[in-house]
Every structure is written in structure tokens, then in C-alpha cells.
Design a protein. Structure first.
Length: 391
């Protein structure tokens, strides 16, 4: 599906989809950390029936898997947000609609299924509150507040494709001409707009709209502001973009319902820790608050590893986007079902009948993560020390 996406999309869109920040160190590190984890299958268990179903935040999910929020998906295919929502609903999986999405939240939520609304901290605090109220009224099941974007990450590929004034360079225009299916669809629908950011951008042209959105984000948003938002938001509130255990502890104390250990898929701070490395210490800090994780998940084996480490669910960003670019709603559904089908098979192969019972016993040695936090986590009955293997 990735190959099909590459064929259909111009280079600048592929870079937007796949690119990381800086030199791509964190992008690569997410993958390397996942690959370093090894599974130890348990045999001679009855795995004739395997269940992927789970409940999280009181919501039933067909599998512990969600579509992560991805902004400007309409650049890949007009109407993308509806396609992502519909495919997720078909599979019984939740979908997180990005604040930088291109279809009104009301239209997306009307597709059914479990839709979460992602928001950014905005300078205009009323705007954030208005968007939360709008999403709740539209039927969204909760709010995801992304906190790893006080400023934009350094993305060198942007300069390759656009002038400092934000205009496409000549080679970018020529490349678009070489992708007629994408170009015709984009011309027919016009450039993606931003009906959900929360800011009033009516009447602005597309470039002014983007500028308003970038400048609208609030780099001065703190834990105190989060506490106010928590009080104002009656429903489920999950914080996305954490990697430091102290931050996880603080948001748990402020009453967040959950957190997503995330580095924005390696698109924000290059050189930062991979999410899998960060997870064990964050789990300790989280107490009873459930943690989810994203970053680099590409197949069912990855999903199983992260769940075995202790995350309650896994989010995927680029995987559904590959499906979207390749074949629209059906492509998204296919990409997601590849993950769930493989997860089903991996569960049977590691000897686990129920995905909610997956734990560190199926991981070898150091779990591919920080040794100290691995040792600190330990297992019940080992006095805080991990058994030699599995840890
Ligand atoms: C094209 C693209 C756009 C994204 N836009 C957003 C966004 O608007 N809000 C957000 O919180 N995260 C955004 N993310 C980050 C994802 O939610 C998620 O953290 C990341 O994609 C996970 O890594 P993966 O793509 O390797 O699965 C975006 C990621 C991609 C690839």
C-alpha cells in the first residue's frame, strides 16, 4: 500500500506523509526500538479462539487499535477525514479527527463509530473551549489534547518543495503534473481548508488561513491551563505527546483520563527518545491512568509488542494514510484489517487467547527498552526486580 501511495502522490505529499523532523533520527529510532524487542512465544495453550476485543474509557473497541489524528489528510485525497472515519467505524475501531482536518467535525461524527476530536492549545482559550463544545455536541466520544507542538518541528523537506513565502517551487509544480489522478482530484476540490481548528478563519484565503492557524497555537500553554481545560471539559480528556514520566504523573494528578506516549511520529523534536523506550517509566508514573502509544507501528507484531509492554491501545498514523492514498476508504479499511488480522495470528502464536491478557511474559530479556526502567518495573512478586527473562 505504501508503494501504491508513492505512485499516486507527488513527492511533496509523500514527504508530508512520511517525513520526520530534522535528520530523521527519532523517526528511525521509533522503528529501531520496536525491532529490538523480541517475543518469546508460550506454547501448549489452547488458542483455538482468540479475542481482540477490549474496553477503554468505557468504550467497546474491536481491537486495542485507533487511527491517530493526522492533519491535512485532504491533501492525500479530498474527503479523507470522512473516509478514515467510515473505515474505522466499519472495523469497530476509534478514529481521532485532527484539529487540522479538512471536513467539519459534524459531518465526520455523522458517519457513526467512535470519533474523538483532537485539539491544540490555542492562544484564544475561548476558541479551544468552543471547539470542545462543538465536538461534544456533534457526538464525539472525547477530546485528545496534543501538547508536543508548542512550535512547529524543523522539517527540512518543506524548504525543498516550497519557497520561504510558502509557494510551491517550479519542480514541485512539475512533479504535480506527473501525477494527474492526484492533480485532477485536488483541482476539482480545491486546496484543503480547515473547518475544525477552532479559530474563526472565515473569509481568509488559504495561505492566510494556514498562517492564522500556525500563529494561533499557544506556546505558553502550561499545566495550569490544562487544569482549567480539564475543569471545562466534562467528557473524556486524553493528553497526547508525552514522553517524560514527570509529565505523565502531573497530568494524571490533574485528572486526565489517559495519555498517549507519542513523539508525533518523529515529526516534532528530532533526537528525542523513541516512544517504546519512554513507555516503561511512563507506565510507572501513570498509576491507574491508562497509557496508549504511537510512533512507527507498521504491523500486527509491533502492536503485540507495545501491548505486551503495558500500553492499553496503540495508535497508527501513517498506516491508514498509506491505505487512504492507495484506495480511499476501502484502502484504509484494508490497511487496518492487515494489522488486526496479523495481531490475531500473533496472539495465537505467542499463546495468548485474549488481547487484554497480553503482558511482559511474552517479551524476551530487556524488552528492547531502557534497562533500568525495565528492571524497576519488574513483575508482581519479584520485589520490584524483573525475573531474568522475560522481564
Ligand atoms: C501526515 C501526518 C499528519 C499529522 N498530523 C497530526 C495532527 O494534526 N495532530 C496530532 O496530534 N498529530 C498529528 N500527527 C501525528 C500522529 O497523530 C501520530 O502521532 C503519528 O503519526 C504516529 O506515528 P506513525 O505515523 O508512525 O504511526 C500527524 C502525523 C502524520 C504522519
Amino acid at each position: 500500500m505504501r508503494a501504491l501511495a508513492h505512485r499516486r502522490l507527488p513527492r511533496f505529499v509523500v514527504d508530508y506523509l512520511e517525513g520526520g523532523a530534522g535528520r530523521g533520527l527519532t523517526l528511525a529510532r521509533n522503528r529501531a526500538a520496536l525491532d529490538a524487542i523480541a517475543l518469546v512465544p508460550r506454547t501448549l495453550r489452547d488458542v483455538s479462539e482468540v479475542s481482540l476485543a477490549t474496553r477503554l474509557f468505557g468504550l467497546a473497541m474491536a481491537a486495542p487499535l485507533m487511527i491517530a489524528p493526522t492533519g491535512v489528510a485532504g491533501l492525500l485525497r479530498p474527503g479523507a477525514d470522512v473516509m478514515l472515519a467510515r473505515a474505522a467505524a466499519r472495523l469497530g475501531l476509534p478514529f481521532v479527527l485532527s484539529a487540522a482536518s479538512n471536513v467539519p467535525v459534524e459531518d465526520v461524527a455523522a458517519q457513526g463509530g467512535l470519533v474523538w476530536m483532537q485539539v491544540y492549545p490555542l492562544r484564544d482559550r475561548e476558541a479551544t473551549r468552543r471547539l470542545v463544545a462543538r465536538a461534544t455536541k456533534a457526538g464525539c466520544v472525547g477530546i485528545v489534547l496534543t501538547v508536543d507542538t508548542p512550535v512547529a518541528g524543523v522539517r527540512h523537506w518543506e524548504a525543498r518543495h516550497f519557497t520561504p513565502a510558502g509557494r510551491p517551487r517550479l519542480r514541485t509544480r512539475l512533479d504535480a503534473l506527473r501525477h494527474p489522478a492526484w492533480l485532477m482530484a485536488t483541482l476539482r476540490h480545491g486546496p484543503p481548508r480547515f473547518p475544525n481548528i477552532g479559530l474563526d478563519v472565515t473569509g481568509l484565503d488559504e495561505r492566510a488561513e494556514r498562517k492564522a492557524i500556525n500563529e494561533g497555537k499557544d506556546p505558553a500553554f502550561t499545566f495550569d491551563d490544562l487544569a482549567i481545560l480539564r475543569d471545562a471539559c466534562a467528557g473524556r480528556l486524553v493528553v497526547k505527546g508525552l514522553a517524560a514520566p514527570e509529565d505523565v504523573e502531573r497530568i494524571a494528578a490533574l485528572g486526565a483520563d489517559g495519555a498517549i506516549i507519542s513523539n508525533h511520529g518523529g515529526r516534532q523534536l528530532d533526537g528525542m527518545v523513541s516512544t517504546v523506550e519512554a513507555l516503561p517509566a511512563c507506565l510507572q508514573a501513570a498509576g491507574a491512568m491508562p497509557l496508549m502509544l504511537d510512533g512507527g507501528i507498521r504491523d500486527g507484531v509491533d502492536v503485540a509488542k507495545v501491548l505486551a509492554l503495558g500500553a492499553k491501545a496503540v495508535l497508527v498514523g501513517r498506516v491508514p494514510l498509506y491505505g487512504l492514498a492507495a484506495a480511499g476508504e476501502d484502502g484504509v479499511a484494508h490497511a487496518l484489517s492487515l494489522l488486526t488480522k496479523e495481531l490475531d495470528r500473533v496472539l495465537a502464536l505467542v499463546g495468548c487467547r485474549d488481547v487484554t491478557g497480553l503482558d511482559r511474559r511474552v517479551l524476551s530479556g530487556r524488552c528492547g527498552s531502557d534497562r533500568d526502567s525495565c528492571l524497576r518495573l519488574g513483575r508482581p512478586g519479584t520485589g520490584g526486580r524483573a525475573a531474568s527473562a522475560p522481564c
